[in-house]
Design a protein around this ligand. Structure first.
Ligand SMILES: [Zn+2]
Length: 213
């Protein structure tokens, strides 16, 4: 756990609106925040990268509503990695996600429009907690729709909004077409090998085959 200075304090932030008018907008914000963090470690030219690395991650964290502080980035990296693991089916990642919410509580605020739930968390853990809440909201509202890109050489994730729920790729123009082209080339090579072996078998003298049985 990262040590925090005396000057840091807990702040309140609205993360969930219960009024009907705000529900849709909150859902979209959840998805955008979740995907931005999940996809902050893309593989570029075959090498893993990290947009939340301490040197350059501050700007991304600020765009997502954070402070950009080093301690916040470290929490975000741990949370992102745990989310990636749990989406890929590792149940042990739940413990890491739980630790991201260790100091977070949701406080009710009664308003004329209903109850507004507010997140109360240490400032350097607030954005991580928001990301975990966003993940929970998405998987509960859209079960089975959050998944890793089917390209095993890709480290991006997608939320499938297609009607048949069959989306596989983070992007059809990159991963989808690339994998399909690779599969097509592999089938062509296998077909070529099959053709060569067939013609070789056809030309092999019967006596030679019998002697090898
Ligand atoms: Zn992909």
């Amino acid at each position: 756990m990262v040590d925090r200075g005396l000057g840091e304090f807990c702040i309140l932030e609205a993360v969930r609106e219960t009024s009907v008018t705000n529900r849709k907008a909150t859902k979209l914000e959840d998805e955008d925040l979740l995907i931005a963090v999940l996809n902050s470690a893309p593989i570029v030219d075959g090498s893993p990268t990290d947009q939340l690395a301490v040197r350059e991650g501050g700007e991304l964290a600020k765009r997502l509503g954070g402070t950009g502080a080093k301690s916040e980035l470290l929490h975000l990296q741990q949370t992102r990695d745990a989310l990636q693991d749990i989406i890929r089916g590792d149940p042990d990642a739940a413990d890491c996600l739980a630790s991201a919410l260790d100091k977070a509580v949701m406080l009710p605020e009664v308003t004329p429009d209903g109850i507004r739930w507010q997140l109360d968390a240490p400032v350097d853990e607030r954005l991580s907690a928001r990301v975990v809440l966003a993940w929970s909201h998405v998987v509960q509202q859209l079960p089975g729709r959050l998944r890793a890109c089917a390209n095993t050489e890709c480290n991006l994730f997608l939320i499938d909004h297609s009607r048949p729920a069959t989306a596989k790729w983070c992007s059809m123009t990159t991963c989808g077409n690339r994998i399909k082209a690779r599969a097509h080339a592999q089938r062509a090579r296998q077909g070529d090998r099959f053709d060569r072996s067939s013609s070789a078998s056809a030309s092999t003298p019967t006596g030679t085959l019998d002697s090898n049985r």
